[in-house]
Design a protein around this ligand. Sequence first.
Ligand code: SF4
Length: 478
Amino acid sequence: MTSIPQDLVAATSIAPEHKRDMDLAIKYACQGPRYTSYPTAPQFRQDFPLDQYKAWQGKDGDHKRAPLSLYIHLPFCNDICYYCACNKIVTREQGVARQYLSHLETEIELQSQLVGDKRPITQMHWGGGTPTYLDHAEITELMHTLASHFRLLDKGYREYSIEIDPRTIESSTIALLKGVGFNRISLGIQDFDPLVQKAVNRIQPYKEVAPLVDCIRSHDFRSLSFDLIYGLPHQDRYTMSETLRKVIALRPDRIACYNYAHLPERFSSQRAIDRLTLPEPQEKLLLQQIISHALQDAGYLHIGMDHYVLPDDELALAQREGRLQRNFQGYSLHMADDLLGLGVSAISQIGDFYLQNERGLDAYYEMIDQGQLPSTRGCKVSSEDRLRRHIIMGLISELKLDIAECNRQFGIDFTTKFGDELKALRPMEQDGLLDISEEEISVNHRGRPFLRNICMPFDAYLDDHRGDQPPPRFSATI
Ligand code: SF4
């Protein structure tokens, strides 16, 4: 039986150290990037050097044979979840998946001509939207097309994962996914509380999810992940404790707990959520602490900012060995330096470039019909960007930065170059969030919820936006 820390749950007996953390949540509440890339997406421009990217891809070299990750974006959903900030299209119109699939397959052909077919695909992720919006024949066809144009692997160490919406999946689909080569499943759980589910328009009772989990287990997938969200309407310490009990009973291998970002001016579906039903920043921090205590008490290890894994999971080992990476899908094993994104709005991180595909479906189709690569925004990473990316990704993945190693790798004197940044971190050090020595910056357990704040001083672009454009709007860091 899992113990949920009662001093956290009981409203009238919050221990002094938890009260202190809540005060810190108020102090550091601000908006900031999630750092799934650096530079972050607002820095991607339409006038990025696509020709240079193509020229680099045209040359022979190690990058034509090195491992590669694929991300495939499948944007359609049957219904809207009000909290959603994904690039998705809610429709039940007949034939939309067929039309999308034929364009995606043409893109796969175009991209593979450029990237080559020699690179072993060590990781692949189908995300969305709802990837299983595709029917069985379409899923099989898409995997066949990918296998015809890229070097897919059947090795046990590959990580081929797919996101599943528990509301729309049948057991026969689970069997099919295993059969076409997926070995990891990610389930969007979010919260088990009926009132919370109703408020976000995503009804999926525990009694329907539990048999699905049994079905996935019976097909012997290598790993099952749950996505949870905290900060949703009507969530409080009691509902969260109950959700965690159910989650722990199902014992997924990995759990990602995302902080809900309420940005109704950017995401219109979020306007259906009553702001007054959302937990305040202090309550959100409390929810985060309840999650952290309950999952660690149940044997999970806390990884990076917001992931929890069973101790024998590869991510736990990867964090110990410094092989954890953060990218657009969150945290994963570092099995390939490059990620190729396919499909509308998909982002690639490849060589010195970030590229994002056209975000509008009609414009994406038009470019594909004209035989063009659909990349319409991006940036070339400079040597300064690479250095800052190393620092930010080290802090947000490993929770530390080895200063001597950074000096060696980039030929700098860290303390001189980043004097202002270190100065900005001093108040956080005084608040007990991190330690700074000559050898390293290390984030302690109290600093974990503030990782985005800790990275922000190293982001050279936060105050740098074009005069003719509004500053980028980020989500709340806490
Ligand atoms: S949360 Fe997932 S299923 Fe819901 S609307 Fe967004 S992409 Fe679709």
